[in-house]
Design a protein around this ligand. Structure first.
Ligand code: G6P
Ligand code: MG
Length: 208
């Protein structure tokens, strides 16, 4: 009963969340404070610059815009190093199979990610062709929980929001999907993804 599916990338299709965490953790260490997995939940789905602002807030550090720009670039440099030799083995269980299953059933597919690294990741995983539309951190200006990324995705697919379903692992992303007027499947734990219409532990649950 949906015509289009919009997928977040990090934590839904590929397990890059751990590398984002490693890079933020390393940055916090350099700045002299500890950044935990618990803190990291707040960063999931959030744009690079906004993530840095949350991180600095946790460490009670305030910096100039210039310095922030440099730190965001440094974090990304580390992150890109971590993911550079990532290949199709890093695709989360069932993700590729589910995308193919939807395509076979005539469902249109869009990526709705905050990441500017999304095109490179899809290429490394060799799954770019599975998407009809790609919306990422390069094509959006408002970060999740703003619904922009998903509204743009639906529009490019030629579908109305109510014809679309969103797959998200981040609280900010689930909120964005709901604000876009779409049904949302949360991937992860119900504690974190309270607003989702339905919660699963991974896309493998939907392959059949
Ligand atoms: C995703 C991740 C975030 C990340 C953001 C920006 O939403 O869940 O952890 O900060 O993308 O990614 P980027 O690759 O552009 O730094
Ligand atoms: Mg995510």
């Amino acid at each position: 009963n949906f015509k289009g599916a919009l997928f977040d990338l990090d934590g839904v299709i590929v397990d890059t969340a751990k590398f984002h965490f490693l890079a933020w953790n390393r940055l916090a260490k350099e700045l002299g404070f500890t950044f935990t997995e618990h803190h990291n939940e707040r960063l999931k789905g959030v744009s690079r610059v906004h993530s840095l602002e949350i991180l600095l807030d946790i460490g009670r550090i305030s910096l100039s815009e210039e310095k922030k720009q440099l730190l965001a670039e440094l974090k990304n440099k580390w992150y890109v190093e971590y993911i550079t030799d990532m290949d199709a083995n890093e695709i989360l269980p069932g993700a590729k199979e589910y995308l193919m299953q939807l395509r076979n059933n005539g469902i249109k597919i869009a990526l709705g990610s905050a990441s500017k690294n999304a095109p490179m990741i899809l290429e490394n995983l060799k799954i770019t062709e599975l998407f009809d539309v790609i919306i990422d951190g390069n094509s959006t200006s408002k970060a999740k929980p703003d619904p922009e990324v998903f509204l743009l995705g639906a529009e490019k697919l030629g579908l109305a929001p109510e014809e679309c379903i969103v797959f998200e692992d981040a609280a900010a992303g689930v909120e964005a999907g709901k604000l876009a007027g779409m049904r949302v499947v949360g991937i992860g734990s119900t504690d974190v993804l309270k607003q989702a219409d339905y919660v699963i532990t991974g896309l493998f649950e939907l392959v059949g």
